[in-house]
Design a protein around this ligand. Structure first.
Ligand code: AMP
Length: 500
């Protein structure tokens, strides 16, 4: 696989692969440790190809585990610490891994081996210096990673992406992020935008510069690290850049080498593009678009001054090489040019479907008769103008909150796990462009005699056992009854009117 070849190539130099606070990891160390971990997996698991689970955040040893799994011909499932234990356990039960690396010791139940940071180092130490033959490396249609994303049933759903998918992403994205310098490593490994740094950046010998959760919670610290970074390539969701531009310090003086911002994952606004153009006049802003199911991204476009001043929204881009788009109406017929409809992606980037969910896969994945390639129904409403594509919102209840993908029903199905909540309805509150926050309305099983403030605090506390923090509604209001629409369903438009 291309990225493993590159790590071997750069291991011959003194180049740095990762900076993580005061720690650094050279390509040589990364190569050696990932080979050692791969040897451990091959020796202890033999032919079993079940994916391994990695639970952690931005620990330096995560990268050797990920590439080690690939060198041993199997995929990995990265799970970030933002995911509560209950949900991590659901993923573990689904995957049934033979090896879990748990950097935080959260007490997972598994029939497999659970390695802590210490036992990991201990187990691989005897293999340092060994090299795994390349015949073992991951290839073709074998899943390289499985990312678990919000599922409408209330359980996370797995999206496997194969080695071949990633090879294709690499060739499509390379022209947009060619270089060797320092690249941002801020997105959690359990979100697909991180793949840009971990695969496309790493394969070119870039240095991944880590920004962790703690730094983001302390802007002073964050800016100190950014100042020291020597960053050339910025990869993030627009939401993270929006946090940064709140400070006047966020400008080219802080990161004088910055060449490009590459955004993906949610709406990029005119406002952010204008702010970046003013603060970083030398840096390009590139917008990209894509779902996890089609390997991170399938479009790109440089946001020129002309596009910034266009009255249309910021475009999501041109399809990358090899990617074909169709925009269809409700009956599956191609719409006329310029008309809005659902975007279908036909590309080698499209993954094999949902993990162990043939029912869900059948609904949205298909095989294109003309090309034989896989296709995917994005559920995104889009239109095309002069070859450029524009995003107009979702056709279902999937939303983005601060760049995180969330199914509204996922939150509702987890809120009812909280004591005394009979039903829950969640309404995203938007400023017209982006979701600002989530409001939940709940029906109680019995009166609790609590003030609304106290009740809301208690519900949030309990919900944190089941939901990551970005999925917990900011406002929670108890109602006597839900307003119903003519179909007898909860009328969310009426509920939205209750939000002042
Ligand atoms: P994820 O699987 O987390 O990458 O989320 C995929 C969804 O995010 C897409 O189906 C879109 O709804 C949304 N999305 C991704 N990129 C963009 C973008 N550049 N502009 C607007 N929405 C986006």
């Amino acid at each position: 696989m291309f990225v493993l070849e590159s790590i071997k190539k750069y291991a011959m130099s003194d180049r740095i692969a990762l900076v993580n606070r005061e720690e650094t990891l050279s390509f040589a160390e990364l190569d050696a440790r990932s080979d050692a971990f791969a040897m451990y997996l091959l020796e202890s698991l033999g032919e079993d190809r079940t994916e391994i689970v990695i639970y952690g955040h931005k620990e330096t040893d995560i990268l050797p585990c990920m590439y080690g799994a690939l060198k041993a011909g199997r995929g990995y499932v990265p799970i970030d610490i933002t995911v509560p234990v209950d949900r991590v356990q659901q993923i573990v039960d689904d995957v049934q891994p033979k090896v879990i690396v748990d950097f935080y010791g959260i007490g997972l139940r598994s029939d497999g081996v659970i390695l802590s940071a210490e036992t990991l180092r201990d187990r691989i130490s005897c293999f340092l210096g060994c090299e795994v033959p390349k015949e073992n490396w991951i290839k073709g249609e074998t899943p390289a990673y499985i990312l678990f994303t919000s599922g409408s049933t209330g359980k996370p759903k797995g999206v496997p992406i194969t080695a071949a998918n990633i090879e294709n992403l690499y060739s499509g994205l390379l022209p947009w992020m060619t270089g060797e310098g320092v690249i941002l490593n801020q997105i959690s490994y359990s979100f697909d935008v991180s793949v840009c740094s971990v695969y496309v950046g790493m394969a070119q010998g870039m240095t991944l510069y880590t920004i962790d959760k703690q730094m983001i919670e302390n802007l002073g610290e964050l800016f100190e690290y950014l100042e020291r970074s020597g960053l050339e390539t910025w990869v993030s969701t627009p939401s993270f850049a929006e946090i940064c531009v709140q400070s006047a310090k966020f400008n080219s003086g802080l990161m004088p080498k910055l060449k490009r911002f590459l955004f993906c994952g949610e709406v990029l606004t005119h406002k952010l593009c204008d702010q970046l153009a003013e603060r970083f006049p030398e840096a390009k802003v590139i917008n990209t678009y894509g779902p996890t199911e089609a390997t991170v991204l399938v479009t790109a476009v440089e946001i020129t001054e002309k596009l910034r001043h266009d009255e249309l929204q910021i475009p999501i881009g041109y399809p990358l090489d090899e990617v074909t788009f169709r925009i269809v109406d409700g009956e599956g017929r191609d719409v006329s040019p310029g008309e809005q409809g659902e975007l279908l992606i036909i590309s080698k980037n499209v993954g094999p479907g949902y993990y162990k969910r043939p029912d869900l896969t059948e609904k949205v994945f298909f095989k294109d008769r003309e090309t034989g390639k896989r296709g995917y129904h994005t559920g995104d409403s889009c239109f095309e103008k002069d070859g450029l594509y524009y995003y107009c919102g979702r056709m279902d209840n999937q939303i983005k909150v601060n760049g995180f993908r969330v199914e509204v029903e996922d939150i509702e199905n987890n809120l009812v796990k909280v004591d005394n909540i009979a039903r829950a309805a969640v309404v995203p509150v938007s400023d017209g462009e982006k979701v600002q926050y989530l409001a939940a309305f709940v029906l109680l099983e019995k009166a609790d005699g609590l003030s609304s403030l106290k009740r809301s605090m208690l519900i949030k506390e309990r919900a944190a056992e089941f939901l990551p923090s970005y999925m917990i509604p900011r406002r929670i209001t108890a109602v006597e009854a839900f307003p119903l629409n003519t179909n007898g369903k909860v009328d969310k438009k009426e509920l939205a009117k209750l939000i002042k």
